[in-house]
Design a protein around this ligand. Sequence first.
Ligand code: GRF
Length: 227
Amino acid sequence: MSGAGADQTRGRGDDRVFRVVVLASGNGSNLQAIIDQLHGKPASVAEAEGPVIEVVLVVSDQPGARALDRAKKAGIPTAVCPRALGADRKEQEKAVLEAVSGASPDLVVLAGYMLIVPPEFVRSFPLKVINLHPALLPAFPGTTSIEDALEHGVKVTGVTVHFVDEGLDTGPIISQRAVPVEEGDTADELAERIHAVEHELLPATIRLLALGGAKPPLSGTRVVQVD
Ligand code: GRF
C-alpha cells in the first residue's frame, strides 16, 4: 500500500484512515519525513494495526516552496494560498481555512509554516492542530530559536511538538526531545542536529495521535497525558 488513494475503497469518514493536512512554507524536510515514514502506512507499524495515515493535502503560502514539489512527487494534492499583507491577509487566511476544511482533516500539522494561524483557524479544529518547534518550549519561542539558544549559551536545547492555541508557541506540549549544544556550534551545525531529531519526533508524535495515545489536557490544566 503506498501513496494517497492507493486503496480506492478508503476515504473521507472512514475511521480506518487518519487524514493529515500539512502546512509548510519552505524546504519541507519534515514533510518528507512524514511522507517517508507514515504516508499510506498503518499507524502502528509493529502490529500493522490502527488507522492508515494518509497525507491528504499540503498547503503552502509560498508558490515556490520545495515542500510543494515533495508533495507532488508523492502524489499528494497541494494548495497554494500566497501570503498577503493588509486587508488581503484576511482573504489569504480564509483561503487556507477553506482549503484545509475541504480536506476533512483528523490532524493539521504546521511543519515549518511561517505564518501565524489566526484564532478562527485554531477554533475550527480544536486540539487537531499541532506545531513543530526547534527548541524546548517554553524556552525560545518565535522564529529565531536556534540563534537565541546559542546566544544564551544553553547547554541543551531541543525539539517540541505542541498543540496550537491562540498564542505564539504557547500551546500544550505533546512531546519533546533534547539536543545537546556542543562547544563552538554554529547555528547551521546545531540546526542540522535539531532537524535530525525533528525528523524522528514529528512522525512519532503523529503516529501517537493517530493511535489516540495523547489525551487533551483536563480543563484548567496544560498537561497532555501521553500513553
Ligand atoms: C523546522 O526546523 C521547524 O522546527 C521550524 O521550521 C523548520 C522547517 O523545516 N518550525 P523544514 O521546512 O521541514 O525542512
